[in-house]
Design a protein around this ligand. Sequence first.
Ligand SMILES: [Zn+2]
Length: 421
Amino acid sequence: MKKVGLILGLLVLTAAIYGSSGAPVPGKVEPQRIRWKGQVIKVAISTSLTRSNPNIKVDSDVIAAIRRSLAAWQNVADIEFQIDISDKQGVSPSGVAGDGVSLITIASTPENVLLFNKDAETVSAKTRVFYNRKGFITEADIVLNPFQQFSTDGAYGTFDLQSTLTHEIGHLLGLKHSGVLGAAMSENLGKNTSADTMDFESRVLSDSDVAAVRDLYGVDDEACCQAVSGKLTLLSGKGAKNLKVWAEELETGRVMAQVDVDADGNYRLGGLTQGSYKLFWKVKNGPGRSTSSELDTVDVENHDLKPATQKINNEPTKIILDYIGTNSQLAESVVAVTRGREQTVYLGGKNLDADSISIDFNSPYFRIVSSSLTGQDFGPDISVISFVVMVDKAAPRGVYSIFAADGNGAKAALIGALKVQ
Ligand SMILES: [Zn+2]
């Protein structure tokens, strides 16, 4: 069997840091739900970004990239950004409150540099969010990593400025990381690789990003902002924690929303448009724990809060799905597929045995080409399989999940891992 290398160098985490007077350990506890109180949000752009800067490729239109990344969110929810240019360079230090100015900066001031003291090599940006006891955000500062290179034209080895800011502005608005691989709020945003893969798709919000921001701020649309909520308990009766819950549109299988359950197993999927959804849950990845299963099918309409509550049997499957790719480069990020074409997809993880596993989708638009499931040798530390998927010509734009079932029918899932553009 051909031996191929595993390249995980593309993995990059961005991070949000929270400071609060309400949290018991300021800066450490990530709150469940925070938002700006009003509709108008003022953002100051540091002159470190408007002046020429060795970290940003010459002739990049920085202001336009910032405006587009703000517009991505403003276009789908009831928020309005007001932009100013500011001489300020450094962000507010951690503490219960900042200076009230929400700054976007790339200056290498001591306070900014301190944010990257552990991960200057891997992280593209960080956002520090301050909020009050009522859960309202009072300030959010975005620092682009002054040790990294940014561009707006897909230049090799640089971070795309607009994609990076689109993600960080999600944090500025109160959004957390998403378990949907194809979401702008997914924590893995890679550097630009080669020109043929540069499509700027990560600048675009996925349906789950849109639902998340609408859940916080609403939108002027009658059909929107419905919610499903519930509680997942173990067979023992205890609340199930460390689970992800997500909603896929019943008709198409597109991933429309995702949340993590709280410590008692409660969840709330909000910002949904009126319609029918199939709900799923999965155990957050961990050793031997990768189980996923269908939860319920619900019709959401007329702002009835639909409860979907269930006792779950999270008996672990041995299958663990961690990575996906289209060739020897596997990563924890979405794979783009083209309508009307057959494409080879690789999955990496643990105990992926091509002889006993079956792959399926909750979507009529994806089909595995028969007998295409094949084991791949990536060395002893990871198990890899590949298969050929046919994407229907009529597949709607969106992101779709992949499920892998073991011989006993227990499943693991990668949420929103395939993206139709
Ligand atoms: Zn992030």
